[in-house]
Design a protein around this ligand. Structure first.
Ligand code: ATP
Length: 241
């Protein structure tokens, strides 16, 4: 579904931020992209969405190669839930934020109303519909930001640090939402317990390169590997080791 070949990217004169020979993501996979600070996770997501240009190599989605002309296709098919919901929510109310993308597509108002109601209900935030998005709690904002992307029904859902700064209950809710979503998913996070619970495959990025990939249990319980890439085994596995 999504394919990366010989992808190299650097910021100005800096060393390569992304240096990936090959990455294949199949439909329906849930991929955790992990690595220490500065490993290249955010840069990789930006490349997939056509936000960063001037790279070498190819990125293809459903056999369509990313370039200037196909950038819109990528943005239509890949939905990114930002790390910081304040960067995603900008309309006066929750309804307006969630309806925004569909309105831009010129969808009929009645259809939009039904879709917004349905997505808010599925995320358990129906009662927030008329509230001001930016006056919600962090956990509520996160779910509204998710709603604004889910309503567009993209093929691939990308979550950048979905559990960052959430209390245990909100974090659990987000994990359940991610797990109930039957989509191809890419998730970057330092919350490796969440990655363990939500992903079918984990990719470790280190200095821009994929240094390991495999089943979450195998990779995340490998103490030596985790130490080498400056990460720690998730608590849930540490307790089992
Ligand atoms: N706008 C920028 N200009 C120059 N260098 C940048 C820029 N953004 C990131 N970098 C550098 O690119 C490398 C990869 O950064 P990136 O933000 O992709 O890492 P990350 O894995 O997402 O890190 P974190 O876990 O801290 O969010 C780092 O060396 C970083 O310093």
């Amino acid at each position: 579904m999504l394919k990366i070949d010989n992808l190299r990217f650097r910021y100005e004169q800096r060393p390569l931020a992304i240096d990936i020979d090959e990455l294949l993501i199949e439909k329906g996979e849930s991929i955790g992209i992990i690595g220490p600070n500065g490993a290249g996770k955010s840069t990789l997501l930006q490349l997939l969405l056509g936000i960063q240009k001037d790279y070498v190599g190819t990125i293809t989605l459903n056999d369509i190669r990313l370039d200037k002309k196909t950038k819109k296709y990528f943005r239509d098919h890949i939905g990114l839930v930002f790390q910081n919901p304040d960067e995603q929510l900008f309309m006066p109310t929750v309804y307006d934020d969630v309806a925004f993308g569909l309105k831009m597509k010129g969808i009929d108002q009645n259809v939009i109303d039904v879709a917004v109601e349905a997505v808010l209900a599925s995320l358990g935030i129906k009662e927030l519909k008329d509230r001001a998005s930016l006056k919600l709690s962090g956990g509520e904002k996160k779910r509204v930001a998710m709603a604004s992307i889910f309503v567009m029904d993209p093929d691939i859902m990308v979550f950048d640090e979905p559990t960052l700064a959430l209390d245990p209950k909100s974090r659990r809710r987000v994990i359940n939402i991610i797990n109930s979503l039957e989509k191809t998913k890419l998730i970057t996070s330092h919350d490796l317990d969440m990655i363990y619970e939500t992903c079918s495959r984990v990719i470790i990025l280190y200095e821009g390169k994929i240094v390991a990939q495999g089943k979450p249990h195998t990779l995340l319980s490998d103490v030596e590997l985790m130490d080498k890439v400056e990460l720690e085994c998730p608590l849930i596995l540490k307790n089992l080791l």
